[in-house]
Design a protein around this ligand. Structure first.
Ligand code: IVH
Length: 408
């Protein structure tokens, strides 16, 4: 507890009034100085020379002259808090049931009630964190872990600078869930910097966001431009009736929230179409859409299975077809002795994988598709993985196409 109090003093302080860039710079300086202090006094292994240390300290002191509301520097020798190990969640952090087709979403809406109001929002693709605030102060940040227990990442989250550590006019207690994300542009900048420093490039913004919170180097965490979006209010004093109002309430405390819009059960298909289209506009990664009941009481009343809440569902984005050319058909014999046609096509990249073949399931299916060798075809990854030919493109045939031979 003592360590946490010291951390507050050092990291969050009361720097609400300085302009954003100054605040960021100040936070970076403070974490760097704090690390240097800890390395020197706690571990006896300095991470920088005296001159560098003094230069950083005087930089901060100069900032303090112009912005006296910035937190004062701690005395040297402050203890760097170690993040705790596994910590139990107050409520299990469940997954979401996945819907791979619009029909599955329609069935979900029918089960919950077509007359209900729903919310639709992007399924954010980063690292889920559970945040607890008391009297407006961030007291704990946990990862999802196995859903029952998560790792304590409070220090890293504070150092990231993307989670407000002090809220104005917040209630006595509140528990929220959100996603820590790395934008596509922050990811590019990070990899550029790594390449310049002779380090390997990181794989994806998602892995980078998760990896960043595991770093011990607080100054590096502060530099990576992580972002937060709250998507769930678990507990808040003065309950609110809807998810929409819950998000609006935490947003009013200065917390960034996911973009969520309401619709009526009858509108689900056009809304899915529009939200699919908006995917491309997102500045950070998303991997589908979340559809959920807006009414918090109805949501709670529906309860949950061991894995999923019944009042919400995740729709994978509709697969975007990619064009290629059909090269040949190979006939394979399965365990049952049945002949199965397999299409070979010019290699194409679909959702990050290179595809060049797809099963056509049966002779009947092949005939129904009415394909010829040399046809321009459309390929998708059905359910997000299995390659599937959905048909010919609308382009007219050139006359060069060859008929497909029947199996011998
Ligand atoms: S709602 C009880 N909304 O995806 C309601 N979850 O695979 C459950 N996620 O565990 C969550 N974006 O960690 C919700 N807009 C969003 C989300 C979201 C990302 C995460 C969340 C969840 C996981 C399910």
């Amino acid at each position: 507890m003592f360590k946490r109090i010291v951390l507050y003093w050092v990291i969050c302080g009361s720097c609400l009034a300085a302009p954003e860039p100054v605040e960021r710079h100040a936070t970076q300086l403070r974490v760097l100085l704090q690390q240097a202090d800890a390395a020197y006094y706690n571990n006896g292994e300095p991470i920088m020379g005296d001159a560098a240390y003094d230069a950083l300290r005087s930089q901060y002191e100069k900032l303090l002259v112009d912005y006296p509301e910035l937190p004062a520097l701690s005395d040297v020798g402050a203890v760097v808090p170690e993040d705790g190990g596994p910590t139990a969640h107050t409520e299990p952090v469940l997954s979401l049931k996945k819907a791979y087709s619009d029909d599955e979403v329609l069935a979900f809406v029918k089960r919950c009630g077509v007359e209900q109001t729903y919310c639709i929002e992007p399924k954010l693709d980063g690292l889920t964190v559970v945040l607890r605030y008391q009297n407006g102060l961030l007291v704990q940040a946990l990862t999802r872990g196995d859903g029952k227990q998560g790792s304590d990442v409070t220090t890293a989250v504070m150092a990231s600078g993307c989670v407000p550590t002090r809220l104005e006019n917040a209630p006595e207690s509140m528990e929220l869930r959100g996603e820590i994300l790395m934008s596509f542009s922050a990811f590019e900048a990070l990899n550029e910097r790594r390449t310049k420093d002779g380090l390997t490039a990181l794989k994806s913004p998602r892995n980078s966001a998760a990896g960043t919170l595991r770093l011990k180097d607080l100054a590096e965490i502060a530099q990576r431009g992580l972002q937060l979006r709250i998507f769930e209010v678990i507990q808040i004093e003065r309950e609110v009736p809807t998810h929409t109002e819950a998000l609006a309430r935490v947003s009013a405390f200065g917390l960034p929230v996911v973009k969520s819009r309401t619709f009526s059960g009858a509108e689900v298909l056009p809304v899915l179409t529009e939200m699919n289209r908006l995917r491309a506009d997102s500045s950070f990664p998303t991997d589908g859409l979340v559809i959920r009941l807006d009414d918090r009481t109805a949501f709670k009343q529906l309860g949950a299975t061991a894995k999923y809440p019944r009042g919400a569902i995740a729709r994978k984005y509709r697969a975007v077809p990619v064009e290629t050319t059909l090269l040949s058909i190979e006939w394979t014999t399965g365990d049952t002795g049945r002949l199965t046609p397999v299409a070979h096509f010019e290699p194409v990249e679909v959702d990050g994988a290179t595809l060049q073949r797809a099963s056509l399931h049966s002779l009947d299916h092949l005939r129904a598709l009415d394909l010829m060798i040399g046809d321009r075809i459309e390929v998708v990854r059905a359910g997000g993985s299995v390659p599937e030919i959905i048909g010919r493109t609308s382009a007219p045939r050139t006359g060069e196409e060859k008929p497909i031979d029947d199996p011998e």
